[in-house]
Write a protein that binds this ligand. Sequence first.
Ligand SMILES: Cc1cc2nc3c(=O)[nH]c(=O)nc-3n(C[C@H](O)[C@H](O)[C@H](O)COP(=O)(O)OP(=O)(O)OC[C@H]3O[C@@H](n4cnc5c(N)ncnc54)[C@H](O)[C@@H]3O)c2cc1C
Length: 462
Amino acid sequence: MKYDVIIIGAGPGGIFSAYELTRLNPALNIAVYEAGNPLDKRHCPIDGVKVRSCIRCRTCAIMNGFGGAGAFSDGKYNITNDFGGSLHEYIGKKQAIELMEYVDEINMARGGEGTHMYSTAATKFHKICLQNKLHLLNASVRHLGTDKNYVVLENLYDELKDKVTFFFRTPVEEIEVLEGGGFRVKGASFGEAECSRCIVSVGRSGSKWMEEICRELAIPTKSNRVDIGVRVELPAEIFSDLTDELYESKIVYRTEMFEDNVRTFCMNPNGIVVNENTNGIVTVNGHSFEDPAKKTKNTNFALLVSKHFSEPFKDSNEYGESIARLSNMLGGGVIVQRFGDLIRGRRSNVKRIEECTTEPTLGATPGDLSLVLPKRILDGIVEMIYALDKVAPGTANDDTLLYGVEVKFYNMEVELDKNLETRHPGLFIIGDGSGVTHSLSHASASGVYVARHICSGRSEIL
Ligand SMILES: Cc1cc2nc3c(=O)[nH]c(=O)nc-3n(C[C@H](O)[C@H](O)[C@H](O)COP(=O)(O)OP(=O)(O)OC[C@H]3O[C@@H](n4cnc5c(N)ncnc54)[C@H](O)[C@@H]3O)c2cc1C
């Protein structure tokens, strides 16, 4: 088969490339190759009863398939250049924001209407945070919620399925650069196909494959960051001043002891704490819902410390995975500990968790996080909990729950030009798989950007 454009991966990056390409040039012959299933066939077998841990499905329903890694996420679209990726360094701050706003408009028109857009602009919390050595980052946050996020994806698929050829359960294994221009992609499940332009958007789950492809095609890469920490759960009232006004506040604290940055991440007012299974390693995450019936009495958020490594160590993700494996070994999965137990140097046990006034929303194993997390990371987290206690009194209560570990993995950064194009003209790498983005909004915006570039003629298409 020969296509004008082949898109590899149907996460937000791939979806929005396909959307914009079909909008700008309906005549284009476009194929999307996706390793996972269509949205309605994505079901993780772990139900906590019959299947309690990962059975290593052929493709992971959580990470792979139409909608990508974010399909069952909380659907928080952060419109900002302050976090979520470095797209603005390639395409400029103004354009990056405009593209994120454009993605938001599309989502609103496909099921997201009526959802709330929060903003940190002109909030009193900037000052309160600064007075307490905390830095509130600027952002507008569209909160779709897990339920509406799914509806938006369903609608996008319905719209695209007749304009684009989708191949599901078809991982691409090789990309060959053709003499005279164009590319040949190959995979055991489909054979091979050729295209003039190839957009690779394989996200975090495709990171190891992406590294191989870059090695084979001599595309330079660099990597060395992983974020490690815990998920904090406490009564929603404690953070309600912040969450009512901002929903998601990204707050950064610089520790006194080591001058490390600790930051809040993925805040879920009235949400639930959940297990996240990545390739058999169970870490912790959080969700919240728009539907009032699904709301809980608790708010949860992550506290993460970024670890950057220097030579000779190269595998920052393996470091994060090893720490997560350690918690899985000790707790059979995620460990939960009361803050009061942590600072008294004792483990939480079933009795202490049962007596805890904060009711856990995840059935994790009571234990001792100090046996899992490196001291430097744990010290930073404890310092930040005390700093947050000054802006949200009650954060440092004994009954605040800490779940561990939460790990945020980063892809290596691929060498790209300002068009997100590799040294092979016509081969674009976008979204989280490029290392340029780490979020729904940035990944989606990168897809729109490359589609526009291809259709502009500057990429000498076809
Ligand atoms: C549980 C969870 C919650 C999240 N919540 C949020 C949130 O609220 N807000 C936010 O901004 N971000 C969130 N994120 C991050 C967000 O999901 C990602 O930043 C975003 O999905 C990246 O989009 P992408 O298209 O680059 O990659 P992905 O979404 O990872 O999609 C890549 C796709 O490529 C496919 N693929 C991989 N390799 C191949 C191959 N060789 N051949 C064919 N297909 C392949 C995969 O199956 C996958 O479907 C969350 C992530 C997770 C895991």
